[in-house]
Design a protein around this ligand. Sequence first.
Ligand code: G4P
Length: 297
Amino acid sequence: MSQEIFPVVQWFPGHMAKATRMITEHKKKVDVVIELLDARIPRSSANPVIRELVGDKPHVVILNKCDLANPKATKEWIEFFKNDGIHAIAIDSKNGKGNKQLVKTVESLAQPIIDRWLKKGIKGRTVRTMILGIPNVGKSTLINKLAGSAATRTANKPGHTRGQQWVKVGKNLELLDTPGVLWPKFEDQRAAARLAMTGAISDDVYDLDSVIKQLLAYLEEHEPTLLHERYKLTEEERTSVDTMLEAIGRRRGCLVSGGVVDYDKVRRVILTDYRNNKLGYITFDGVDEEPYYVDEE
Ligand code: G4P
């Protein structure tokens, strides 16, 4: 679909410059970088220049919100990253699942650095890490879970202006309490639609009609059973995304006077169904899928 999902102008170059500055500045103080991705869209939620920003620092990829993704696809993505020489783990940071494994992984990635320090006679130095990711991927949730009450206490103090600080996580690890906010791949319209579906982009800035049509087209191609179980569509109603939209609208009673389908309402019904997992646990990005966007080397 060639229609623009959301206007590029929403993502000001100024934001990117600020993010790049912040990351470049903090990277110097960090031993290991934690890159947070959305397990449902590991490719679409990745920042196009992350590798450049991270440089040669050890980095771990976290597939967050794995509770909302297809478990089989999550395994495939972990394997995919492993084959690329990158440690990846799946977590559900909302419920704190996988956090211990994350801390262990960061510590083990930092072991060669600790060994180098020891050789130089530096003992007891803590490993420093920071979390990077696009908006709404779960950075704050993860920081709060990892840092526990320490971070919460600081954040809740009335009138307290939060400066950036390190919070102790586990035995030997410190985490920057402010995450690095990255921008997504807004030039890639397929990724943009997936970012919109999963809630990474504010619902006010994209074209809902186009996003819902892409969602229906995706489901019809990859998850027809989930789609048909939910909306009981006939063969005829499945002819196109337009006929599906109309049929779902009628079935759900999204009508205005004269029995005309209220398309805005039906789009919102479908989006809410998807977001409430009524359409199953879907991972949109496939490891074997042809990427739309090729990183510039
Ligand atoms: P950010 O800092 O990267 O911008 O993201 P943030 O932590 O604010 O999380 C964005 C939303 O994603 C929040 O939902 C949060 O609860 C949810 N979330 C984060 N990690 C996970 C996870 O592993 N699994 C699930 N299912 N959700 C996760 P929200 O609707 O904005 O808030 P709320 O409903 O939690 O109050």
